[in-house]
Design a protein around this ligand. Structure first.
Ligand SMILES: [Zn+2]
Ligand SMILES: [Zn+2]
Length: 475
């Protein structure tokens, strides 16, 4: 069995396979760049980054597109507030986006298209929708005509009446139906504008994603991700726009992540509990945030609290300590004539359970469970055996590297550096050498002083038959 994903379009789990064998077109709705991203924004970016990595691990080429919304009401209001142009505002917060998201281990997309750089594509798409009879023009505004498109509501599984009853809709008497939404907005004084067949104006929000997704990925794309708050109206509208223009299915797999709560409450401006990634990064390691997000199934609600992040920080340290122990013992172990099949079995089972969990609707919670079982068994193996099997340790190391490659929750290339905190790893190694020398001279007072000094900085020493190990305390 390959990768199975829950498709919100069909409301069931389906085996995932791309239209073109070996090549996946993957679109994720990106941020509106008028402010710093908050932890709720970060969840889909982390989840879909990991899913993309898993697809690549499985041998697919993934064309990953994530847009920047750099023109809309929020952008215009914020730019006016700050007395800068919309373009300056966008530049500032696109930079801030990368500053916040790269430490969370989220890789750059194949393309990060911006709405303002695709106005021609957007205008062409709107023109096709009008030609096909699915949009109408009033005073330089273009509206999508939801009644003309019988499939409207297919993603949410609701009729026009049901959607209308549940929606907050701006009253606009010019619209034919309350759910009709704007594709092109006529220019207002003091707003950025572009030329179009309908006069000066700017695109509505929803149209950019259909236009940019199809530009980079073709008329039918394999997978589209986003937060579940985007299902209606944004994704419903994306489908209507694209399919009204092409007559083809727009997206084969719609994947949405669940809500993120803060101390069991919904995050909202009115509650004043919006938590920026930038703030969280001041108090917690960014990889602990990533681990916290991936430790839940992506469709489950996720409750953020300081306690949950403290827990994730401990788990992160446990992973990192296990990996650095492994490297330490690997260098000092030998080839064995009779291999330790016990440890090899642990690792092989770890792989199997890890991949089975990810194949089952990308269950990262289950996958991490498998990883922590390997950690537990490996820690025991290292503690309880005097002679270690180098081959089995190398296999364990490969396992950790695979986990890192896909989930990115260990931070392998920073182990031994930021890991040490206030001291660099070479300073610590230096102190350990000094302590060994002191012990040889039977200067136990000095040796203990060094141990205590390190302990005060959260670094614990472990004397093993193979030499002294140091590690960061797991709090
Ligand atoms: Zn979208
Ligand atoms: Zn979008």
């Amino acid at each position: 069995m390959g990768l199975v994903l829950y498709n919100d379009l069909t409301r069931r789990k389906e085996e995932f396979a791309p239209v073109s064998p070996g090549r996946i077109g993957f679109y994720v709705c990106g941020p509106t760049v008028y402010d710093y991203i908050h932890i709720g924004n970060a969840r889909p970016f982390v989840v879909f980054d990991a899913l993309r990595r898993y697809m690549e691990y499985k041998g697919f080429e993934v064309i990953y597109v994530q847009n920047f919304t750099d023109i809309d009401d929020k952008m215009i209001n914020k730019a006016n507030q700050l007395g800068i142009t919309v373009k300056e505002l966008a530049e500032q917060f696109i930079e801030a986006y990368f500053e916040d998201i790269i430490p969370l281990g989220v890789r750059q997309a194949t393309v990060h298209p911006k709405a303002t750089e695709h106005i021609d594509d957007i205008i062409r798409l709107i023109s096709r929708i009008i030609e096909n009879g699915h949009a109408y023009i009033i005073d330089g505004n273009v509206y999508f005509d939801v009644k003309s498109y019988p499939n409207y509501g297919k993603l949410s599984g609701q009729s026009l009446e049901e959607l209308q009853a549940g929606a907050r809709i701006e009253v606009d008497e010019r619209k034919r139906h309350p759910l009709d939404f704007v594709l092109w907005k006529a220019k207002k004084e003091g707003e950025p504008w572009w030329d179009s067949p309908w006069g000066h104006g700017r695109p509505g929000w929803h149209i950019e994603c259909s236009a940019m997704a199809m530009k980079y990925l073709g008329d039918t794309i394999d997978i589209h991700g986003g937060g579940s708050d985007l299902i209606f109206p944004h994704h419903e509208n994306e489908i209507a726009q694209a399919e009204a223009a092409t007559g083809k299915q727009f997206v084969r797999f719609w994947i949405h992540n669940g809500y993120l709560l803060i101390n069991k409450e919904k995050m909202s401006k009115s509650l004043g509990n919006i938590l920026n990634v930038r703030e969280i990064r001041k108090n917690f390691q960014p990889l602990a945030v990533r681990l916290f997000i991936l430790a839940a199934h992506y469709r489950s609600p996720l409750d953020f609290s300081d306690d949950s992040l403290i827990q994730a920080t401990k788990s992160l340290q446990r992973l990192r300590n296990c990996y650095s122990d492994l490297l330490f013992y690997m260098e000092r172990s030998q080839e064995k004539n009779t291999p330790d099949t016990w440890l090899e079995d642990v690792v092989n089972n770890g792989y199997k359970r890890f991949c089975n969990a990810l194949d089952d609707d990308f269950n990262t919670a289950g996958a991490l469970g498998a990883v922590f079982e390997v950690v537990r068994d490996l820690n025991n193996y290292l503690k309880e055996n005097e002679t270690l099997d180098k081959q089995a340790l190398i296999k364990s190391k490969d396992f950790f590297e695979t986990v890192e490659n896909i989930l990115g929750v260990i931070g392998i290339n920073t182990i031994g550096e930021e890991f040490a905190g206030t001291l660099s790893s070479s300073e610590i190694e230096g102190l350990i050498k000094e302590r060994e020398a002191a012990r040889k001279k039977r200067d136990f007072a000095r040796a203990d002083a060094i141990r205590n000094e390190l302990a005060s900085k959260g670094i614990i020493l472990e004397d093993t038959p193979l030499g002294t190990r140091w590690k960061k305390k797991e709090q």
